[in-house]
Design a protein around this ligand. Structure first.
Ligand SMILES: [Zn+2]
Length: 201
């Protein structure tokens, strides 16, 4: 049964009609509105901190296609594939699509859900592991915000940083993500250069 607020990827006309922006946020399945708002604000604040005016838009949610489910979790390639496909439909190579979902997302190891996965032009944030923690809603939002910046960096082509304290380092656990508060100087510089180049600013 189709969710009235959701669209499917085959609705090509919908994507062609949509107004333009620079960063698009696509919920896959239902996502709490407060989490979505927080994600939006986090990205807006991030770009404002770098002094960039970027158009960010939250899109309608996309249906999760169970065909891409292996065991309990979904393959990250499915999300990235859909997001890249939307970019191709819109003929928008310089735009970034970020997805967010509550389901577990794996990348490689099927039984190991990730906080987020990203590659060129697209990324997916999964709240699955954050929601297993028994911490406050504020903590959940904070973790989603941090992961959003990481996923965004991968969408711009950046890689994991080797400095443990940097937000862009590899975080195997929720605790390690909690410990990283900001980008290191090198990553900030690289991120800024990538944004400039990507959006032809
Ligand atoms: Zn770094």
């Amino acid at each position: 049964m189709r969710d009235i607020d959701s669209i499917v990827i085959t609705d090509a006309n919908f994507f062609l009609r949509e107004p333009r922006g620079d960063i698009f946020i696509f919920p896959f399945g239902k996502i709490n509105t407060k989490i979505l708002n927080h994600l939006f604000k986090t990205l807006r604040t991030f770009y404002a901190g770098l002094n960039y005016q970027i158009g960010i838009k939250v899109e309608k949610s996309l249906l999760l296609d169970e065909a891409y489910k292996t065991g309990e979790f979904y393959d990250s390639d499915y999300f990235i594939g859909v997001l890249n496909f939307i970019n191709a439909l819109r003929n928008n190579p310089e735009k970034i699509n970020i997805g967010i979902t509550e389901v577990g997302v794996f990348n490689g190891e099927i039984d190991h859900p990730r906080f987020g996965v990203g590659n060129h032009r697209g990324g997916i944030i999964s709240t699955y592991r954050f929601k297993l923690e028994k911490d406050s809603k504020e903590k959940l939002k904070e973790r989603v915000g941090k992961e959003a910046i990481k996923v965004l960096s991968f969408a711009y082509g950046l890689r994991h940083c080797q400095k443990e304290e940097c937000l862009l380092s590899y975080h195997p656990t929720v605790e390690s993500l909690d410990r990283s508060l900001r980008l290191c100087k090198g990553c900030k510089r690289e991120f800024t250069a990538a944004i400039l180049e990507y959006h032809c600013l």
